[in-house]
Design a protein around this ligand. Structure first.
Ligand code: GLN
Length: 325
């Protein structure tokens, strides 16, 4: 299928129109700020590897990046310590358990397994080369900015809300430390991880961040080299394995693209070498994935025939059910 601007815009518009009526789910409530976001916000965006953007709805509304930040910190830490060392220290297997599971650590000698669950994300933060907290944070923020091609900012409000309630993550950081899988001061890693979750992005930013991955690590809008192309397959593999939490298998089965979601309501999928699809809407299913954003990304992916697993000439699989719970 020709991925010209008109075809992509039509798919984005249709997904926005069709999925607006999709109800169900609830804003994340364990982080007080997220509970207060307008649940009707809904944006969809595609950015191609040529830097062309197609958007619909509230695609310029800012929202908290949350777990999606784990992908970009993974890129930073992998580049800093090298992919072999990164893999050895963190792992790459799905946990099969919720993103903040302590049981997952218990089952694996306090080792994280995946960089895309909270434990592995905090380990990744601790592997970023830095002499102190502020340098660690600034290198991670700089990485988010380079992927997005924009001056992404920390939300003081989101960060305050998360720092005041992140006791569970602090406990995970100490367990990792006890298990020898924390490579900086554990409370520093938890603090910086909490900040990296508290930056504000738009749906179009998210699509640009994904397009930088799709384009092999060079931002297609700014042309900045952000991460080596050799590291990109590791990011995509990990997004496939754990990006949609305990629905990662369902996402691969139905949509057939690497994905990543965050409890702020963002969902990203990457079609390597082609484009990235992003959507945002706050209400989440019980697993932690945005109900509307998942539906919209899935619809665009199917309309543009992007599944990595589809053989030429085969028909489309049914997209439902994507929502757990
Ligand atoms: N900041 C959130 C947390 O640590 C991010 C989780 C998420 O988006 N899944 O719980």
């Amino acid at each position: 299928m020709a991925l010209d601007a008109q075809t992509i815009q039509a798919a984005v518009d249709a997904a926005h129109r069709d999925c607006t009526t999709r109800t169900g789910g609830a804003n994340a409530s364990y982080i007080p700020y997220l509970a207060s976001v307008d649940p009707s916000l809904f944006g969809v965006a595609v950015v191609t590897v040529d830097g062309a953007a197609c958007t619909a709805g509230d695609s310029d509304a800012e929202f908290a990046i949350e777990s999606i930040s784990k992908v970009f910190t993974m890129a930073r830490a992998m580049a800093d310590v090298g992919p072999v060392e990164f893999h050895r220290k963190i792992g790459a297997d799905p946990t099969g358990l919720p993103f903040n599971s302590v049981s997952a650590l218990e089952l694996h000698n306090d080792k994280p397994l995946s960089p895309l669950v909270n434990a592995g994300a905090m380990s990744s933060v601790s592997l970023v080369t830095a002499v102190d907290t502020e340098q660690r944070w600034s290198r991670i923020l700089q990485t988010q900015r380079a992927f997005a091609g924009r001056e992404i900012r920390l939300s003081v409000e989101v960060n305050a809300s998360e720092q005041a309630t992140n006791f569970h993550n602090r406990a995970i950081a100490w367990l990792l430390y006890g298990g020898g899988a924390m490579y900086s001061d554990p409370m520093e890693a938890c603090d910086v991880y909490t900040r990296q979750c508290s930056t504000l992005i738009t749906t179009e930013d998210l699509a640009t961040m994904g397009a930088t991955i799709a384009a092999g690590g060079t931002n297609p809008v700014t042309h900045e080299h952000v991460v080596d192309a050799e590291l990109v397959p590791h990011l995509l593999a990990e997004m496939t394995m754990e990006g949609m939490y305990t629905s990662s298998g369902d996402w691969a089965y139905t949509v057939g693209l690497p994905g990543k979601s965050g409890v702020g309501g963002g969902v990203l999928s990457v079609a390597p070498g082609k484009l990235a699809i992003a959507a945002f809407s706050p209400p989440l299913d019980p697993v932690g994935n945005s109900v509307r954003a998942m539906a919209a990304v899935a619809q665009v992916a199917q309309a543009l025939d992007l599944s990595l697993y589809k053989v030429p000439g085969a028909g489309d699989p049914p997209l439902d059910p994507l929502v757990k719970g």
